[in-house]
Design a protein around this ligand. Structure first.
Ligand code: ADP
Ligand code: MG
Length: 530
């Protein structure tokens, strides 16, 4: 471990820290203290007191990749034969992926039957993507002194969170140099290359942009009504599917506020279990107005109180449902199925969810696969340029032709093994890589087929000021850049929306393998462009 020089003295800390905590508490940069007792109070989100000096050129590159990645997910999601083939073995090895694939097959069968019967599409053809592509900086020189490159860690197509908190922390960082310019010259110097001016602030637009995307999808759904508005007595709202006891609920509230304050769109929350309980008796009033774009039934939520209206759901935005723990019983699966069988726009739909699996990420890196989905040569080149080394661990899929598995046995600390999981804390590093790949006593081949092998990235380290639970730790850290992308399209007409949608920077302590904020490994940071 390297020793960090402290960026801030104790006097500087005692000025800046209370200001920063005040900003976070008063703007909603907070978590619930406990998932079990929601009235237990709140605690500030773990954050970095000073932003990360991030190269503007690489930031631009990350932003410019959002559109081709949005297009790629959409293309993959509309090639059901490829997607099912890609995930066949993984589905056999991993029961959670298997269950999602089964549900997807069922949906395809329903669709095919309806088309055969002349009933047109069952599903709403519109797909809303709220993705986040995560990158690390890497250098081709051992000492990290050469040029840096962006390499993709993963692409999230489901529950890409932290837009609200990222917007709040990056605004804090934008405020700091102005607020302390005259009082704390050393702090100001951190922000100013020439000691007098500064221009690096890049407040994240993610919360605003994600709300915009949800609003666009909501109004696109309403266009399915003749006259573009529901009949009187029907409230149409966006539904966010949440985990019970979610601690990161203020990140979600930030989106709710933006949707209501700016666009007058109502957001309702529901857990998968609540949806499962509604499912057998959908309280669907027959309002007699035909949607023109899908024959699947509308999704209704019960009134919130006596005499209130039923709520028809325009967009289902999943912030839950991506991990097996979200389905403790069949009730939650019933809830998911209820949503999937409805005409609501899903974010993500099952095909988008599956297109974001690590197995698909690995297959897209195989020679010739990107070309199947991306027609423009420049896009193929820029997408491929950010791919790290990725290999199958399914030895039946052609054995270890590349020799990567053997190389990983010899040098496990240069590789990561990843299961088909989201949310952090699931990957294997170092000794666990060696253990899993051991020829005798390692993971059985049937199980390994559910994982992928990835080149380990070694991002540069810098001195940082970590703040967690009010306590400061000045130490070396590395960062991971997330770039959100939003997409709305029906696969036929040009997309209604296809844009980069702000950034998230997370910083973790040197020596920490994993990087999630909610999972407790990293803090929220922001980009200070240099
Ligand atoms: P999850 O879906 O659980 O977020 P990720 O692929 O993002 O899975 O991995 C979780 C964390 O593990 C990342 O945030 C990063 O800190 C670390 N990590 C993942 N892949 C690599 C890699 N190839 N090299 C170095 N660290 C990695
Ligand atoms: Mg991740």
């Amino acid at each position: 471990m390297s020793t960090a020089t402290a960026l801030l003295s104790s006097e500087e800390l005692s000025a800046v820290l209370p200001y920063a905590l005040g900003h976070l508490y008063s703007n909603g940069g907070i978590f619930l203290s406990s998932s079990r007792a929601p009235n237990d109070g709140v605690i500030h989100a773990p954050f970095s007191l000073l932003p990360w000096h991030f190269p503007q050129g690489l930031l631009n590159q990350g932003l410019s990749l959002a559109i081709p990645f949005n297009n790629l997910v959409d293309s993959v999601s509309r090639d059901s034969a490829w997607l099912l083939g890609a995930l066949e073995r993984t589905a056999g090895a991993d029961s959670f992926t298997g269950r999602l694939v089964d549900m997807y097959r069922l949906e395809l069968a329903r669709e095919a039957e309806a088309v055969k019967a002349g009933g047109g599409p069952v599903q709403n053809p519109l797909r809303l993507g709220i993705h986040r592509s995560d990158y690390m900086l890497t250098s081709n020189s051992e000492d990290s002194k050469g040029d840096f490159f962006l390499k993709q860690v993963e692409l999230n197509t489901v529950a890409s969170s932290m837009a609200g908190l990222s917007s709040i922390v990056s605004q804090l960082h934008a405020n700091l140099p102005l607020r302390f310019a005259s009082e704390l010259p050393n702090v100001f110097k951190y922000f100013s290359q020439d000691g007098t001016s500064f221009s690096g602030a890049r407040p994240s637009t993610a919360n605003r942009d994600l709300a915009f995307a949800l609003k666009e999808a909501h109004f696109a759904y309403l266009k399915g009504y003749s006259g573009g508005a529901p009949p009187p007595g029907i409230l149409v709202a966006v539904c966010m599917v949440v985990q019970p006891g979610e601690r990161n609920s203020f990140d979600q509230r930030a989106l709710e506020s933006e949707l209501w304050d700016r666009y007058g769109v109502v957001l309702r929350y529901a857990t998968l279990a609540e949806l499962g309980r509604v499912a057998p008796h959908p309280p669907a009033p027959s309002h007699g107005i035909l949607h023109n774009h899908a024959s699947a039934p509308p999704l209704f939520l019960p009134p919130r109180g006596p005499g209130g209206p039923c709520t028809e759901v325009s967009v289902v935005y999943y912030r839950a449902g991506y991990t097996p723990g979200d389905y403790p019983s069949e009730l939650e699966w019933t809830g998911r199925d209820f949503v999937e069988a409805s005409r609501a726009i899903k974010c993500p739909c099952l095909a988008y969810h599956l297109a974001g699996t690590k197995k698909v990420q690995q297959l897209l890196a195989n020679p010739g696969v990107l070309e199947r989905f991306v027609k423009e040569k420049e896009s193929v080149a820029s997408l491929r340029g950010c791919f790290a080394g990725l290999w199958s661990l399914d030895v039946r899929e052609g054995g270890d032709v590349s020799g990567a598995i053997e190389a990983a046995r010899k040098n496990p600390s240069h590789y990561v093994i990843k299961p088909q999981r989201e949310g952090g804390g699931n990957n294997l590093f170092n000794d666990s890589v060696a253990g899993a790949l051991r020829i005798e006593g390692g993971m059985p081949p049937d199980q390994l087929a559910g994982y992928i092998l990835m080149e380990r990235l070694f991002p540069p380290l810098k001195p940082c000021v970590f703040v967690r639970n009010g306590a400061v730790k000045q130490s070396m850290g590395s960062c991971e850049l997330g770039v959100y992308g939003v997409f709305l399209g029906d696969g036929v007409a040009p997309p209604l929306l296809n844009l980069p949608a702000g950034t998230l920077l997370r910083t973790k302590l040197e020596g920490s393998d994993e990087g999630g904020v909610a999972a407790g490994f990293a803090v929220i940071d922001s980009v200070w462009a240099v």
